[in-house]
Design a protein around this ligand. Structure first.
Ligand code: NAP
Length: 262
């Protein structure tokens, strides 16, 4: 019996077949889940619909999380179509590329607000919108974060601040939704080559450094992050909530690298 057989999951954040959300969606589809995918706007629908089909999904919905009412509208359509949802994956982040370089000090008010809205607040809004579809049976919500939330990584800037707030939101939401048996967790992935990852200035340096210093001597691949996503979507993690789970080859444990790896 496949572990997600009979389960329905909403996956947000598939931009292409290198997206972390796609890696998680693949593992969930292989485990028997029925999936719905969202896309930000009509231009991107062309990219996402074939990817949804490759996962056996015929449900794709528009959702720009930055637009007023965007999440509520998507959730209303999902409620009419499915009624009930077992798990949600939130793999969405955005900041102005021009400020993912140089000092954090120069972050503009508009970019700060927009990055927080899209990369952090959208998870809270989503949790509220999905609650009516999950409260009866319980379920799981998973978001994606990065080490830059609690340590300084070059040029991550406002995104690190947004991820810190996102991780705090995960803990607050875990308490609010725990009484409905809805679990809320985050996966902190090591560097993965994606569109969002490439927007950060000096991404190649971070990628190489993490690879060489991680105890496993590599960065995670999409399959590895995907399997962690499957763990959180499924009952395998039924006793886990409010957690930030690192899938980074152990990199976050390192304080001072051993001499021979410097
Ligand atoms: P990605 O493929 O570029 O995915 C980012 C997604 O965010 C895209 O699907 C993008 O949609 C979506 N998005 C941005 N603004 C949106 C909006 N207003 N409304 C709806 N969707 C919006 O990159 P990724 O690396 O897989 O990123 C997924 C998550 O993993 C992000 O939270 C990221 O911070 C996190 N993460 C990434 C890494 C890494 O190394 N790559 C490491 C740790 C954590 P469009 O393309 O349609 O705009």
């Amino acid at each position: 019996m496949k572990i997600l057989a009979g389960k329905r999951g909403l996956i947000m954040g598939v931009a292409n077949d290198h997206s972390i959300a796609y890696g998680i969606a693949q593992k969930c589809a292989e485990a028997g889940a029925t999936l719905a995918l969202t896309y930000q706007n009509d231009m991107l629908a062309k990219r996402v619909i074939p990817l949804a089909e490759s996962l056996g999904s015929d449900l794709t919905l528009p959702c720009d999380v930055g637009a007023e009412g965007g999440i509520e509208e998507m959730a209303a359509t999902l409620q009419k179509t499915w009624g009930q949802v077992d798990f949600v994956v939130h793999a969405i982040a955005f900041a102005d590329k021009s400020e993912l370089r140089g000092p954090y000090l120069n972050t503009s008010r508009d970019n700060f607000n927009n990055a927080m809205l899209i990369s952090c607040y959208s998870m809270t809004e989503l949790a509220r919108a999905m609650l009516p579809m999950m409260e009866e049976k319980g379920g799981s919500m998973t978001t994606l974060t990065y080490l830059g939330a609690n340590r300084i990584t070059p040029n991550y800037n406002v995104m690190g601040v947004a991820k810190a707030a996102l991780e705090a939101s995960v803990r607050y939401l875990a308490v609010d939704l725990g009484k409905h048996n809805i679990r809320v967790n985050a996966i902190s992935a090591g560097p993965v080559k994606t569109l969002a990852g490439a927007a950060i200035s000096g991404a190649r340096h971070v990628f190489r450094h993490s690879e060489s210093q991680a105890p496993l001597k590599r960065n995670p691949d999409m399959d590895e992050v995907g399997r962690a996503g499957l763990y959180f979507a499924s009952d395998l993690s039924s006793g886990v909530t409010g957690e930030v789970h690192y899938v980074d080859g152990g990199y976050h444990h390192i304080g001072v690298p051993t001499a021979e790896t410097e």
